[in-house]
Design a binder for this molecule. Sequence first.
Ligand code: FES
Length: 152
Amino acid sequence: MSVEESREEPLASYFIGKKEDVMQAKKVSKSVNGRDVLVIYHAGKFYAMDVHCYHAGGPLQNGDIEEINNKLCIVCPSHKYKITLAEGEGLYEALNSNETIPIPRWCSKGIKQRVHTVVEVDGDIFVKLSVHGWIESDYYQSEKHRKEKCAP
Ligand code: FES
């Protein structure tokens, strides 16, 4: 369920930047309401997700965009994990050892990275934060992680 479909109170929108500036930059990371998010402009569409990779907190703002298994993904620069832009799904390639000649196939780990909703209003880009449930990337936004990161 997207934020737009939620029956709960409408969530606040957070200003990211002017549409033209975000389009030109292609990736903009910003801290909004205590959360570090990444807005991506690619192939005519905007996407938003947590900026810290669900695997080990890698900097997704430095990741490349690739089409994998017909889905646009960001490839984390730290360990090359693939995350779909639209859903935050973790993809991995696997072999089936029961096959005579195993062929690598893309498989899903499920939703691993929190994605957010991008809204355009009069040439400005806003993000509505997704807050439902717990998703693995949430750990890198948590106070616990921030404390551990700062510990000597
Ligand atoms: Fe992103 Fe490891 S931190 S793949």
